[in-house]
Ligand binder design. Structure first.
Ligand code: AQP
Length: 333
């Protein structure tokens, strides 16, 4: 039996360099390992926990699928689907709500951060981790490759699964583990390096989008907040430079010491130019592939991938949901 992998991204905008380095790039590596079977979905149900413009949402959902493929996710090797196409995700989330404590959800950092930005805090935002638990548990996932910000949600998923299993004294759910690549687990905002880079950041200079042209990348990196020391040194006291070194290291595969040496005696201006150039070089082939996929003649190809993916996913999800319903005591059809 192959190890099962599942992960997703919300279509709340174009992917950032943080999403790419923290999640997608690792998915691409995993897909080539024989022992894994991977499913990657577009988390549209999650994205409406903050308000979305319908037209943008529609475009973003398809665009994320294209960004997955352009980033190297092979639709032949993996199952790619849209979360709302498999209604079992919503159904299982409702059931799992009854095995989740309000106190647990109240402790979630993402909820605390995002609820500050909502005037009337929505139940969906509060319930986000339960839907995420459903996404994972439906497929008996062994590993969930995510960035550091999702670790807490993975832990609650494990707690919910264990609680459900012990309630019915049966191993209905597999207990999943987070798969986090330490060096790229948390790419920070270019404008506030104490905050993670986010695609929904209102300050567009805070993030680099996967589809930003070279000039825009150069401008954003040039404006990146650093310090006044003008020394390229990896230190917690220099969060801006630390973040740029992490990014540079991730896109060039050079280690920290090599980078510090490379830029010894060189000011921030030159360093930033090198960082921007290396990011643009990494994103260029992704953008070329994306532009090709976005041509109208490829629309059907993308739609077919999503349709086929949903069929594969739903077959598995349906079985798991039935098992859960039976354990609870429902009469299944
Ligand atoms: N800054 C980051 N560094 C490393 N990994 C990151 N991820 C997100 N930001 C960073 C990882 O990307 C995956 C997809 O995330 P998501 O879209 O489902 O939700 P998110 O974590 O809330 O991402 P954003 O970009 O911050 O979205 P918005 O702005 O809509 O909330 C996850 O694996 C995440 O860990």
């Amino acid at each position: 039996m192959k190890k099962q992998i599942i992960s997703g991204v919300q279509p709340s905008g174009i992917l950032t360099l943080g999403n790419y380095l923290g999640a997608l790039r690792n998915w691409v590596k995993i897909q080539d390992e024989e022992e894994y079977e991977c499913k990657f979905f577009v988390a549209d149900l999650h994205s409406i926990t903050v308000s979305q413009n319908p037209e943008n949402l529609r475009n973003n959902i398809k665009s994320i699928v294209m960004q997955y493929i352009a980033s190297g996710i092979d639709p032949e090797k993996n199952t790619i689907f849209i979360q709302s196409h498999v209604h079992e995700h919503s159904e299982l989330a409702w059931l799992l709500n009854n095995y989740t404590y309000i106190g647990e959800l109240n402790r979630m950092t993402q909820f605390k951060d995002k609820s500050k930005k909502q005037e009337n805090v929505k139940v969906g935002l509060f319930d986000y981790p339960v839907l995420m638990a459903a996404d994972i548990l439906l497929y008996d996932a062994d590993y969930v490759p995510v960035g550091e910000d999702q670790r807490q949600h993975l832990e609650i998923t494990r707690d919910i699964a264990q609680r459900f299993n012990s309630t019915y004294n049966k191993e209905i759910f597999k207990i999943p583990e987070a798969l986090i690549t330490k060096s790229t687990a948390r790419i920070m905002s270019l404008q506030d390096p104490t905050k993670k880079m986010s695609k929904s950041d209102e300050n567009k200079d805070g993030f680099i989008s996967l589809l930003d042209p070279r000039e825009v990348i150069e401008k954003k990196v040039k404006r990146a907040v650093t310090d006044s020391e003008n020394v390229i040194k990896y230190s917690d006291e220099k969060p801006g430079i630390k973040n740029l070194i992490n990014i540079y290291s991730a896109v060039t595969d050079k280690n920290i010491e090599e980078i510090e040496k490379e830029f010894e005696g060189v000011g921030y201006g030159k360093f930033k130019q090198a960082v921007a150039g290396a990011i643009a070089d990494t994103l260029e082939p992704i953008q070329a592939k994306y532009n090709e996929l976005a041509l109208p003649e490829n629309n059907e190809y993308i739609e077919n991938i999503c349709r086929k993916g949903a069929e594969v996913a739903q077959k598995i999800a349906k079985e798991k949901l039935k098992e859960v319903q039976e354990a609870i005591g429902f009469i299944t059809k």
